[in-house]
Structures are given as structure tokens and as C-alpha cells.
Design a protein around this ligand. Sequence first.
Ligand code: HEM
Length: 379
Amino acid sequence: MVNPAGLPAPEAHPYAGHFPRWGTAPLQLLQEGAQFGTTFQLKLGLPTVVGFGPTWNRSLLTDLESFVSAGSFSRLVPYLSGGVIMTDAPGHRSRRAQLREPYGKNALLNLQERVRSALYDVRPSGEFDALSWADRATLSMLNAAYFSGEFDAELLHAFLAPLRLPFPSPMWPRPILFARVNAELRRLAGKRLEQGGDDLLSHLARLSGGLTEARVTLAAGHDTTTHTLAWTLWHLAQHGSWRTAEGLRPAIRETLRLYPSGWIGSRRVKRAAEIEGVALAPGNLVIYSPFLSGRSPEFWTAPEEFRPQRFEQAPLPWTYLPFGGGERVCLGMHLAHLLLEEALGLFLSGELSAVTGDPTPRPGVTLGPTGPLVLRFRP
Ligand code: HEM
């Protein structure tokens, strides 16, 4: 058994450890670490272990007593620091149970028409940047699904835009902006409680802490969906045979393997544990990486290639984690698929081609394309 300090580590600064590289080029740092094997350490001021093999992923994601969100990276970002994301065992299970129904497949089907209509005003034509288009389309669809389109659109944009800025900007507190968003949430929730409704807010308004859930889940869902939408569209423009009703699912899945917007997930160790021969002590930081798991040649054939047909066979268990896994699996997974499929559905007929762009992944709170991604579409 080894301690975190006994694990191999990528090249580090003698005093600053991995902080400088984590700040400027974290994907390269992770990829360098992955050369050593499926677990390695990072020097980030406290004992930190990154792992990406199936055993690591399964252990970290299924043991909610030992590995907790309190003290993880999400804690550092006010947008994500609250609600179900910050609720740990034992309260987490009952919170998820309360949220299961509104975010379940069946309840979401009721929202499909509303989401589709929200796309009417953002239909692209001619040359457009897929990244800014995906941003607008996702905002509009989320507004429809959560609020039947009634949330002040400018405020929603102003609220969510800082999440896409480079670090440390997403970490700054924004009390005035958050207070305005909370007031708008209260206004609409009051209306739902009085008049009823069937959008997501109508369900959340009835839960204690439901408005925090609305705010936090909007933040968790916006960038992730925007980036996935932009990248998938970019790939569909280049791999036209997947631009069919049946091709969208595998194309989305393959995009999420190569470009999982949740590129890492972190937990703090609450009680001593052991995974893959690494002894983890309370307070250690542990990281799993859908990015490394999804691109490892150990688990995937030709991992760097866009090949949606690979999903004709099920991936090895616990190697494909774009939505995380276990009890903390993404709450918005079905919602994300609904939004992605509705938005991509606009492009099933007509001509779509890539003009120019930079799809290189750029890590921030979520992983996004460097952009722009200029496409041409003739409906
Ligand atoms: C393509 C889009 C999306 C991707 C790739 C994605 C990815 C993820 C990942 C990887 C996790 C696990 C994080 C961890 O283990 O630390 C997660 C959790 C979560 N996601 Fe998503 N997400 C997406 C869309 C959404 C949407 C639309 C919502 C809106 C409800 C959402 C809400 C959440 C919440 C609340 C959690 C925390 C769940 C918990 O801790 O119980 N996500 N997501």
C-alpha cells in the first residue's frame, strides 16, 4: 500500500508544486500524469490523488460515506456551491429522491414542445459561430424548461455568462447579481404556487430550498450543455452520415467521450479508505477524470478518433463517465439529452458544413471548445 506522496507525479515546480501548471494547462498535466498509470499524485497544497481506471471510478463514485463533496472543487465556485451538489450523505439520498420525478424522463416529455418552440427564434441560417449559437439556444431552452420562458432573459444571460470566463473569475462572489436572480426566482415561484404550472420551477417551488436548487442546477446545466451542443454540431458538420435522427444519440455520446464538459470531478476523503493500493486519509483530495477515462488507450480503440459506431457495443463498465456515476450521477442527464436532441434536430435536413474554427478543448469550470466554430447552414 502507498500513501499519496508515494505515487508518481508529473513534473512539478520545486516550491509551487503543480499550482502553476494546474492554472495554465491542466489537461496536459493530467495527460502527463496518466503516462505513469491509472493513479498518480498532484502537488496542490494538500495530498491529492488523480485516478481514471474503472476500480478507482467505481470506488470513488459509489462510496458516498468516505468521499464527500464538502471541501471539493465545487465548493470554490459560488455558482455550484449549494443545493444538491453540496449535500452529502446521509441527506443526499433523500434530496435526490425529491428531485427524481421532475428531472425524470417522463416528466421531461411534457416540456418537449415548450423547448422546441423556444428554438424557433434562434434558428440559424448562413454562417454562424456554433459556440455563441449554442449558448443562446441553451439559455432559451433552459428558460422554457424551467420557467416557461418567463425568466428575464437578459438577467439569465448576465447570471450565467461569468461561468465561462477563465479562472479565477467564476470563483468571485457576485452578491448583487445573485440577489437579483434570487428575487426573480422568488417572483416566479410565488406565481407558480398561486397559479400552478408544470415547468421545472413549479416542482422546485414546492421544495424547501427549491429555489437554491433551481439556481444551482441552472449553473450546472448551462455551460455543460452549451459546450456539448457546440462540439457535437461541429462534428456533425464533418461526419455527415451521423446527421440523421438515429445518428444523433451515438454522435452525442461520442462527443461526450472525447469532450466531457465535466472533465474532472473531485471529492474530499472523510474516512480512511483504500483504492487500488493507495491509502487515502481524511482530508485528502481525490479526483476522477471523465476526460482521461474517455481517452485512455487501455479502454478504447483509437481513442482520439470520432467514431460514434463504437457505441454499438457497451463500453467497459466505469470507463465512460461524462455524467459521472453512482448516486451522484448527473441530475440533469435526461434534460441535457432532451435539449441536445431538440437543438440538433434543427439540422437534420439542409446543408451543414464547417467553415473554420478551433475545437481544441479549453478547460475552465467546464471543458469547452476554444472556438469560434464557424459553420454554414442552408436549411
Ligand atoms: C451535457 C450536459 C451535462 C454534462 C456533461 C454534465 C455532467 C455532469 C457530471 C460529470 C456530474 C458529476 C459531477 C461529480 O461527480 O462531481 C454532474 C452532476 C450534476 N449535474 Fe450535470 N451535466 C450536464 C447537464 C446538466 C443539466 C442540464 C443539469 C440541470 C439539472 C445538471 C445538473 C447536475 C447536478 C445538480 C449535478 C450534481 C448531482 C449530485 O451531486 O447529486 N447537469 N453533471
